[in-house]
Design a protein around this ligand. Structure first.
Ligand code: C5P
Length: 396
């Protein structure tokens, strides 16, 4: 997959550095040559010996190392690769990159290079969410740095939230996407994601549970294969991916309008958890409690976006839906595929205790006209990559 590619891997100081050892292993297995650079604080977490052994290459550590300078000057080192990957990229390394400081080998390489750079940030949640880090992130993106992760989850420091370094497999996939073929180049695709909010009055609404994590990952995976992605999202908890056209909506009717105006598209993936009903008459003022008997709310049915796209005059070639079920997952999903007229359904069990709703992983069954494929339990980005790959094959 990465045969002949030369990767300079800068390992910053953070507990996630242990994952960089696995990253080296996976990169080597994919055929890449890895030139490791270990920062002073990175050396506190992993040893130069284990890095060198896995990379089967010399570890570069110091800016003023005469032996290094004789064999390969640091300017030459900064250019002698196809991609520089910083993993883990600490808040400090990101700040150094933004400021253009060069006070050690890693930061000097990053300043001196004309090679593309990818970072995999890893840090405490608060550090990640700090306005300074978010400012730096925006600047790095504007400077053309590719960013993979961070993931949301439990961290070594005991907190929960965004800040975990992306898994090595996800970093390898991002690297492969960087170099890789772009089978969906020139194809426009549509992804719906997140919940919809159906207002009751100016302060209340009804909604489905949805973090938007799976839809976001699908949009990112399609983008990585070169597609032009229109991402129509309700109020999700995860931020939309970079590099896609984002259309933010609130209600199902707004979502339908946004999807229809995106047509024609080659593929529509409906991952949104659309509310089935809306309140027929939204109150214009906040409904007061105690002012009357308990309110009686009348509902109307919302448009079915998936079914509308599947029967549309400008129907996408491939229409894909989800079926979130709590029982008889495959049977219900098969029936849904026929009823809605879509080509594929990704069915998943969202029953209490499955851990899928709002979780990091998903167990799906891909239902097509040919039958059912059971996929193993996978991280949501991996489900997304498999689906994107299948979509590329179907359009080929
Ligand atoms: O009928 P159900 O909500 O289970 O169908 C789920 C699938 O249909 C998902 O792909 C979802 O995005 C889509 N859907 C839709 N519009 C609706 C309801 C569901 O696009 N109003």
């Amino acid at each position: 997959m990465l045969v002949g590619k030369r990767i300079t891997l800068i390992i910053g100081g953070g507990i996630a550095a242990y994952k960089s050892l696995d990253l080296i292993r996976q990169l080597r297995r994919a055929g890449a040559a890895v030139t490791p650079v270990l920062t002073r604080s990175g050396r506190e977490f992993v040893t130069p010996l284990s890095v060198a052994a896995l990379a089967e290459a010399q570890v570069h550590e110091d800016l003023f190392d005469l032996k290094d300078e004789v064999e390969m000057g640091h300017i030459q080192l900064s250019r002698a690769s196809d991609l520089i990957v910083v993993a883990p990229a600490t808040a400090n390394l990101m700040a150094l990159m933004v400021a253009g400081l060069a006070d050690d080998l890693a930061s000097t390489l990053l300043l001196a290079t004309d090679t593309p750079v990818m970072i995999a940030p890893a840090m405490n949640v608060r550090m990640w969410q700090h306005p300074a880090t978010q400012r730096n992130l925006a600047q790095l993106r504007a400077d053309g740095v590719e960013v993979v992760g961070p993931d949301v989850g439990h961290m070594a420091c005991g907190e929960h939230g965004p800040g975990r370094m992306a898994e090595p497999a996800a970093i390898v996939a991002a690297i492969a996407a960087h170099f890789g073929p772009r089978p969906l180049a020139g194809q426009k695709v549509l992804v719906t994601s997140g919940p919809t909010h159906e207002p009751i009055d100016p302060v209340r609404y009804i909604a489905n549970r949805s973090s938007g994590a799976q839809g976001t990952a699908i949009a990112a995976a399609l983008r990585d294969l070169g597609a032009e992605v229109v991402f129509v999202t309700g109020p999700a908890t995860v931020p939309p991916p970079e590099g896609v056209s984002v259309q933010k909506v609130e209600t199902a009717r707004e979502m339908l309008a946004a999807t229809e105006s995106a047509l024609p598209v080659a593929v529509a993936v409906c991952a949104a958890a659309v509310a089935d009903w809306r309140v027929t008459q939204e109150a214009t003022q906040k409904m007061k409690k105690g002012a009357q008997d308990l309110p009686v709310i009348e509902f109307s049915e919302n448009p079915d976006i998936l079914a509308t796209l599947a029967t549309h005059a400008r129907r996408p070639r491939l229409v894909i839906g989800f079926a979130a079920e709590t029982e008889n997952v495959v049977a219900h999903a098969r029936a849904k595929r026929t009823r809605k007229g879509c080509d594929w359904i990704l069915a998943n069990d969202v029953s209490h205790g499955s851990g899928i709703m709002g979780g990091a992983e998903n167990t799906v069954h891909l239902i097509t006209a040919d039958g059912v494929e059971d996929w193993p339990r996978l991280p949501k980005p991996e489900v997304a990559r498999r689906l994107a790959q299948r979509i590329a094959e179907a359009l080929a």
